[in-house]
Design a protein around this ligand. Structure first.
Ligand code: FMN
Length: 166
């Protein structure tokens, strides 16, 4: 942490802003949902828990994503918190929204395809979608939650890494 780098965000230094945002270490999730043209998945680290009463969570899809309309418009979706050994899955789904859909996925009670393995799963119903610049903030009410034991997958400075906690 020896070097300081201060800047005022402007369109010319988006790289630096992206790098600064990336210094907030997060977990990694995969969100699944279905739209008029079928089901898809997306890798997202913008997940956050928000409210206990009612139970609310959020994540932020980018408007630039080809999957934006499907995920910003979904009435129901599932958010999976990935485990340490699911790094390949995270990259595969980031590259291709249909990467999972060929696999025989189970469906939750709302008809959303879900991964059997993950640390936690939140089955959500759309609560609100807020404008947020080049992203949207999608807030979901958690209808059901599931948990499994395991170590988490982490995202920091553009890299995905396993965390050995347990
Ligand atoms: C670790 C990781 C976290 C990501 N987080 C988000 C996110 O929070 N929101 C988002 O819109 N895209 C996120 N992405 C990118 C999407 O997974 C996906 O690559 C992007 O939407 C491009 O999709 P497209 O090729 O269908 O346009 C993330 C990717 C990775 C690898």
């Amino acid at each position: 942490m020896a070097q300081h780098h201060s800047f005022v965000p402007d369109p010319g230094n988006g790289r630096a802003l992206r790098d600064a945002f990336g210094l907030f270490a997060t977990g990694v999730t995969i969100v699944t949902a279905c739209g008029p043209e079928g089901c898809a998945a997306i890798t997202a680290n913008s997940f956050s828990s928000v409210s206990m009463e009612p139970p609310l969570v959020l994540w932020s899809p980018a408007r630039s994503s080809s999957r934006f309309d499907l995920f910003a418009g979904a009435e129901h979706y599932a958010i999976h918190v990935l485990a340490a050994d699911q790094q390949e899955l995270a990259w595969a789904v980031a590259k291709d929204g249909a990467a999972l859909i060929g696999a025989a996925l189970e469906q939750n009670a709302d008809g959303v395809p879900v991964l059997e393995r993950c640390l936690a799963r939140f089955d959500c119903r759309r609560h609100a979608v807020h404008e947020a610049g080049d992203h949207a903030i999608v807030v979901g009410e958690v209808l059901r939650a599931t948990m499994q034991q395991g170590d988490p997958l982490a995202f920091f400075a553009g890299r995905v890494a396993r965390l050995d906690i347990n």
